[in-house]
Design a protein around this ligand. Structure first.
Ligand SMILES: [Zn+2]
Length: 203
């Protein structure tokens, strides 16, 4: 395997990147000068050293001395915990300022096919909920997932798992101001405001 193939194979592991796009990235890099390549290499090697993963919500944030991120510290006393798929969804909801509860970044969905790999941090989520229940700092669990078959499958699986263990928790799902296929990451403030305000409770 030559260097082009090797690098393309690494790019292919990026989310949503296929074989052809991966090769386009490699050729793009071949056209760039050494300054750009050097900067890219520096940033890639710095990212693990400078960015922390919060041990409460599992989002990534610029490293400091604490083990929890500023959002977790600020909203520690809230009884609301929102489950989102990824960091970009959390950031989009957080920047609207409409939600002042806690978050948990799932990191992916539960695979609906046994053969597919599941990226969701289910064990970490269950541990987080147990911890919040013990501390009496949770009363509502909000599913803030995008609308897709995988997200729905994940929501139902999590709901049955968690509801069985904690029947007193209130469960809710963001209202359907979001249309099918909507990515939370790209939803505007008005849509999110409606989705939060019209969240559907189930129990
Ligand atoms: Zn956090």
């Amino acid at each position: 395997m030559n260097s082009i193939d090797k690098l393309a194979e690494l790019f292919q592991q990026f989310p949503g990147i296929g074989k052809r796009q991966a090769r386009r990235f490699v050729y793009f890099l071949l056209h760039k000068d050494n300054g750009y390549i050097g900067q890219l290499l520096n940033e890639i090697s710095a990212i693990k050293q400078q960015i922390n993963q919060c041990q409460s919500c599992f989002r990534f944030y610029p490293k400091d001395t604490k083990i929890e991120c500023p959002i977790c510290i600020q909203h520690k006393e809230s009884g609301h915990l929102m489950i989102v798929e990824k960091d970009a969804d959390l950031e989009n909801i957080h920047k609207t300022g409409l939600y002042d509860g806690k978050y948990f970044v799932l990191g992916g969905f539960i695979a609906s096919h046994e053969k597919k790999r599941s990226y969701a941090s289910v064990d970490q989520l269950l541990a987080r909920i147990e911890c919040d229940v013990q501390a009496k700092k949770i009363d509502e669990l909000i599913f803030g997932l995008s609308i897709s078959p995988e997200a729905e499958h994940t929501r139902l699986r999590l709901y049955s798992m968690i509801h069985e263990k904690y029947p007193d928790l209130v469960f809710s799902t963001l209202g359907r101001g979001l249309s099918t296929g909507t990515e939370l990451e790209y939803s505007d403030t008005e849509t999110l405001k409606y989705a939060l305000g019209s969240r559907i409770k189930q129990n």
